[in-house]
Design a protein around this ligand. Structure first.
Ligand code: NAD
Ligand code: UDP
Length: 312
């Protein structure tokens, strides 16, 4: 099996590269490093079954030889990153998704799209089940990411229906773990970095908004199982254990910086008020559910950030 993973030098992508190598696949990691890092995959580069291709997949990519699976994970993913790169985000979600579908079609490969809970926008249905169509402000600041992913889902379904490409769509909810960048602006790296440096934890708004955090090993297991399934509609993967952002700050403070204060900052535009995955589809279809508790996952992730903070 030869598996191409776009965004393979990013946080989730690098864990996927590892998993597919461990399953005996040859892995082609394609990344332009806009938000990823070579150090995420340095340990894989001596492996003769692993290859890195530096390429912006918003431009077509030629690959010699067979490809059995295309996993499309390339995209800035943190709000701070996609607000910094809105056009690149729209291009990789649209042109990049199209280019990789063309490659999958030509190679008769299976295709898996990394979509997101952001397709539900600021949801009016809670928890979010796959049948919900979402509530997205297309001209708001998050529109570049949300609409790119909604377009990506639409073109994946069109390639499936029109050309018979064997596609999968995973809607990923907030995922965390080792190899997240300390400066990616997401809530967990921010809080952990702040707590470890003895700075105030910055809670946006009054902290009553909720998220549900999934440890990366659970997500990777779900993606692996979804790829083996024959299901083409979207599948939510995430941990339904929902928490307010204020409570999350308190948990991280207790773990990493008990002396730190909590500082309230303005809530960013269109910040979803609630988010929790409804995962009965994944449970039934894949026999999957998350195994790592937040307490355990936070402890494991803290060690990674402790090392990063020490390096400065
Ligand atoms: P990340 O920023 O760590 O990884 C994304 C990778 O894609 C980076 O290595 C980046 O350099 C690469 N990339 C971006 N544009 C590219 C382009 N045009 N060509 C080639 N490479 C490009 O982010 P992540 O958290 O690992 O997210 C990976 C995927 O999962 C994204 O598609 C994201 O939308 C999706 N996702 C992540 C989460 C989460 O909680 N982490 C939630 C929902 C969806
Ligand atoms: N957030 C926060 N403080 C921070 C960073 C984020 O309170 O320093 C909040 C943010 O407003 C949102 C939640 O934490 O309500 C999750 O934000 P993140 O950027 O991690 O991703 P999102 O789930 O919004 O895509």
């Amino acid at each position: 099996m030869r598996t191409l993973i776009t965004g393979g030098a990013g946080f989730i992508g690098s864990h996927l590269c590892e998993r597919f190598l461990a399953e005996g696949h040859d892995v082609l990691c394609v990344d332009n490093l806009i938000t990823g890092r070579l150090e995420n995959i340095d340990h894989l580069r001596p492996n003769p079954h692993f290859a890195f291709i530096g390429h912006d997949i918003s431009h077509p990519l030629k690959v010699e030889g067979p490809v059995d699976n295309v996993l499309h994970f390339a995209s800035p993913a943190s709000p701070v990153d996609y607000l910094k790169f809105p056009i690149q985000t729209l291009k990789v979600g649209s042109l990049g998704t199209h280019n990789m579908l063309g490659l999958a079609r030509a190679k008769k490969a299976r295709y898996l799209l990394a979509s997101t809970s952001e397709v539900y926008g600021d949801p009016e249905v809670h928890p979010q089940r796959e049948e919900y169509w979402g509530s997205v402000n297309c001209v708001g600041v998050r529109g570049c990411y949300d609409e790119a992913k909604r377009f990506a889902e639409a073109i994946v379904m069109a390639y499936h229906r029109t050309h018979g490409v064997d596609t999968r769509i995973v809607r990923i909810f907030n995922t965390y773990g080792t190899r997240m960048r300390l400066d990616d602006g997401r809530v967990l790296p921010n809080f952990m970095g702040q707590a470890l440096r003895g700075e105030p934890l910055t809670v946006y708004g009054d902290g009553s908004q909720t998220r549900s955090f999934c440890f990366v090993s659970d997500l990777v297991e779900g993606i692996w199982r979804l790829l083996q399934s024959d299901f083409h509609e979207p599948v939510n993967l995430g941990n339904p254990d929902e928490v307010t952002i204020l409570q999350f700050a308190e948990e991280i403070r207790a773990l990493a910086g008990p002396g730190c204060s909590i500082e309230f900052r303005p809530l960013p535009q269109d910040d979803p008020k609630v988010r929790q995955p409804e995962i009965s589809r994944a449970r039934k279809l894949l026999g999957w559910e998350p195994k790592v508790s937040r307490a355990d996952g936070l402890r494991r992730t803290l060690e990674h950030f402790r090392a990063q903070v020490k390096q400065g």
